[in-house]
Design a protein around this ligand. Structure first.
Ligand code: MG
Length: 169
């Protein structure tokens, strides 16, 4: 299996992120997907829980950025409410959006964690850049047909990961 598809870590939801583990790994930057990672895709603004969580991370000294494949208005409205830098239409699994975010934050991949819900976009892209990739369980099952199809492929990857227990780190 392609090594870029394999997350470095899997967690049930964004708020289960292990801050101490990230610090031990010398990570100072956290990049975030929006849809189905922080909120369901119909949720326009960050929930109080998301806001609080991001504020906590910022107080802990982490730089935060949003990297989304969504359009400008979706990404902008969401990220401005959080007061974090953002890249819209990031074209994940391409790496240019993630690299742009790192540049804006003056961060490097080796010190960056990427949190997302999709193996074929978030994990592939962030692993390729060299970030520490963290897969969360998708928030909403209410997705487009295209996403549903990708989920079927993702389940195949998951099954293969379980049989190989093929974690990179
Ligand atoms: Mg997503």
């Amino acid at each position: 299996m392609n090594k870029y598809l394999i997350p470095d870590r899997m967690i049930p939801s964004f708020d289960m992120l292990d801050v101490d583990d990230l610090k031990e790994r010398n990570i100072d930057t956290i990049l975030l997907d929006i849809d189905n990672t922080l909120v369901g895709h119909k949720c326009v603004k960050p929930t109080p829980k998301v806001k609080e969580w991001i504020q906590t991370l910022q107080k802990e000294g982490f730089k935060i950025g949003v990297v989304s494949n969504a359009n400008r208005s979706r990404t902008e409205i969401f990220s401005r409410d959080l007061g974090v830098v953002y890249i819209h239409r990031a074209a994940k699994p391409g790496t240019s959006g993630i690299r742009k975010a790192l540049k804006l934050l003056e961060s490097v991949p080796e010190r960056t964690a990427f949190v997302g819900d999709q193996i074929f976009t978030d994990m592939y892209g962030s692993n390729k850049v060299g970030c520490y990739s963290i897969l969360v369980k998708q928030i909403s099952k209410d997705e487009s047909l295209y996403c549903k199809f990708k989920r079927i492929l993702e389940r195949m990857v998951h099954r293969k990961m379980q049989t190989e227990s093929d974690f990179r780190k």
